[in-house]
Design a protein around this ligand. Structure first.
Ligand code: 6PG
Length: 485
């Protein structure tokens, strides 16, 4: 333990961390390992002491038992990072801190807060002269310790005092930190939320690929681990594909079976994916892949319905694919194409959120800071960055030359996978909705004209014409002539 630990010297710590569960404690250690003096606080001091006992030698920590002691340990303007559970717990800690802080001090919420809460809190703190920074932090426990991807929102001015420290402890790719100022108030938590939505989608797609290999080709978990390890050497190179291979290779100590085969197939969620879809519904952005992923988790947990439906006829199913190597390559291509769609949808939601709230988020910057540290880090984020660098107002990633090429070369495989899976009776909501999204966007005339006409028929909701400006209504219950609306 350093000399500073247990020392009541005041005003020496550059950052304070309150909430010392695994994430908070790892991030505090990360700061300390980078040479910062870190003030520690936790509701119960046992956690603080445990951290000091186990890791106190990693750097300079200042122990505190009470909020006044904690704040007195910090240099001014004070920077306090809150790492507590999102929701009511966060509000309680913020208020406790705010009551004892001085104008100009900075409160950083590093949890997965709902961005509308962050907007509210930022406003309330600004009225008290305090800076409030909602910072999305991704990378799990390991990232928190060794370099996460950090998405701080809040006032630009607070980033000046805080940014360099956050950049230092973040992951770095090609020497570039995976941290940048996202924009005002709730923008940091908004992009973290969408990050998680993409994470859900990516995980669902990987799950579908796994199930196709397992049930379509009868491969064992270790065999599928080899497939994912191989895929990770190419354009699918990503953290989630890499850990998938590691998970599938893991044996269960109790039974000797692959661990994945003894885990209950009911996916849980803490809520960020659901928030992403709710927000997308409000913004009118079709994040179909993310929505399918959220619903697929809910379906897996619909135990009563699943139990009731077991044994329902599958109809006539096709034989297993006759060329396993080809089918495996088709699945790889379908996964890549569907994944591009997931990111395209997520970036559209970020563009829409940015426009709605006036955040001025730069999508290329996001692609840059998601290249390392975070859960969705992937090699192809470099390509996303290039695409937005070339055209910051790109309407959709799928038309950027690199992605257009990738999708067009994958599309035959993608269709084969969707139709083969359907003929095999294997559910693929992610793959099929991504392909439908692709087909819908490239379709010149969608059936929406009919929907407009139906709406006009039963509700006089009016429609626009392709050959004239303005709105029109047909007198459906009258002589069926058209009148301007
Ligand atoms: C991250 C993760 C992290 C957390 C998810 C899990 O970026 O580090 O996204 O935030 O693991 O919230 O979410 P679910 O419990 O909803 O799957």
């Amino acid at each position: 333990m350093s000399l500073l630990a247990h020392n009541m010297t005041t005003g020496t710590a550059q950052i304070g961390v309150t909430g010392l569960a695994v994430m908070g404690s790892n991030i505090a250690r990360n700061f300390a390992r980078h040479g910062y003096t870190v003030a520690l606080h936790n509701r119960s001091v046992t956690k603080t002491d445990a951290l000091l006992d186990e890791h106190g030698s990693e750097g300079n920590f200042v122990r505190s038992e009470t909020i006044p002691e904690f704040l007195a340990a910090l240099e001014k303007p004070r920077r306090v990072l809150i790492m507590v559970q999102a929701g009511a717990a966060t509000d309680a800690v913020i208020n406790q801190l705010a009551d004892a802080m001085d104008p100009g001090d900075i409160i950083i919420d590093g949890g997965n807060a709902l961005y509308t809460d962050t907007i509210r809190r930022e406003k309330a703190m600004a009225q008290r002269g305090l800076h409030f920074v909602g910072a999305g932090i991704s990378g799990g426990e390991e990232g928190a310790l060794n370099g996460p991807s950090i998405m701080p929102g809040g006032p630009a001015q607070s980033y000046e005092a805080l940014g360099p420290m956050l950049e230092t402890i973040s992951a770095h790719v090609d020497g570039v930190p995976c941290c940048t100022h996202i924009g005002p108030d709730g923008s940091g938590h908004f992009v973290k939320m969408v990050h998680n939505g993409i994470e859900y989608s990516d995980m669902q797609l990987i799950g579908e690929a796994y199930q196709l290999l397992r049930d379509g080709l009868n491969l064992t978990a270790p065999q599928i681990a080899d497939v994912f390890a191989d895929w990770n050497n190419g354009e699918l190179d990503s953290y989630l594909v890499q850990i998938t291979s590691e998970v599938l290779r893991q044996p269960d100590a109790k039974t000797g079976k692959p661990l994945v085969d003894v885990i209950r197939d009911e996916a849980e969620q803490k809520g960020t994916g659901r928030w992403t879809v709710k927000s997308a519904l409000d913004l009118g952005v079709p994040v179909t892949g993310i929505a399918e992923a959220v619903f697929a988790r809910a379906l897996s947990g619909s135990v009563a319905q699943r139990r009731a439906a077991i044994g329902l006829a599958a109809g006539q199913l096709a034989d297993a694919p006759s060329d396993p190597a080809r089918f495996t390559e088709d699945i790889r291509q379908a996964l890549y194409a569907s994944k591009i769609v997931a990111y395209a949808q997520g970036f559209n939601q970020i563009q829409a959120g940015s426009a709605e709230y006036g955040w001025n988020i730069k999508p290329g910057d996001l692609a840059t800071i998601w290249r390392g540290g975070c859960i969705i880090r992937a090699k192809f984020l470099n390509r996303i960055k290039e695409a937005f660098d070339t055209d910051p107002n790109l309407p959709t990633l799928i038309v950027a030359p690199y992605f257009r090429g990738a999708l067009e070369s994958a599309v035959d495989s993608w269709r084969r996978v969707v139709s083969t899976a359907t003929q095999l009776g294997i559910p693929i909501p992610g793959f099929s909705s991504a392909l439908s999204y692709y087909d819908a966007l490239r379709t010149e005339r969608l059936p929406a004209a009919l929907i407009q006409a139906q709406r006009d028929f039963f509700g006089a909701h009016t429609y626009g014409r392709i050959d004239e400006p303005g709105k029109f209504h047909t007198l459906w219950s009258g002589d069926r002539s058209e009148v301007p609306a």
